[in-house]
Design a protein around this ligand. Sequence first.
Ligand SMILES: *[C@@H]1O[C@H](CO)[C@@H](O)[C@H](O)[C@H]1NC(C)=O
Length: 167
Amino acid sequence: MARTFEAAALVATALCLSSLLGFAYGQEQFSVIGKVYCDTCRVDFETKASYGLADSKVRLECHNRTSGVLTLSAEAVTDKSGEYKLVIDGDHEEEICELQLVESSDPECSSLLEGAVHNARVALTNKNGVAQAVRYANPLAFTKKESLPNCKQVLIDMGVFPLDLGY
Ligand SMILES: *[C@@H]1O[C@H](CO)[C@@H](O)[C@H](O)[C@H]1NC(C)=O
C-alpha cells in the first residue's frame, strides 16, 4: 500500500517536472479572461446599471494574418458574474485572435447595439514583449431593446450625459 503511494507520488513529481520543463522550452499557455455584460443603457460601456451576463457564450478565433485561414476556435461560457476564462496552448504571433459574442442567456438582453464593436482582440504571443500568461480581453456587451428608465440619472451621476444618444 505504502509502496503504491510512493510510486504514485514519484509519477506525479515527474509529470510536474516535465510540464515545468515544457514551459521552459517555449510551450506557452495563455489564459484569456474577459467579461460579458448587459448594456442596459445602450451606451456601449459599463455603468452602475449594467450587470454581468451569466451562462453566455463567447468564441475565440484565430486566423492566419496573411492567408486568413482559421487556425484556432474555442468557446467559453460565462460564470455567474459574467466572466469567462479560456486556456489556449501555443504561441499565436502570426495570427489575429479575436473574441466574439455567440449567445446571450438572457432573452431580455440579447440584442447587439448598432454601431458598437462586438469583438475584442487579444495578443496570444510572448514575442511582443508582454511576458504575462494572462490576457484580459475588453468586455463585450449585449444590450436591451430599450434602455432602462433610470439611465439618464445613471449617466449624469457618472459625469457623462451624452445628449447625442437621444436621452
Ligand atoms: C500563414 O499563411 C502563410 C501563407 O499561406 C503561410 O506561409 C504561413 O506558414 C502561415 N502561418 C501560420 C502560422 O500558419
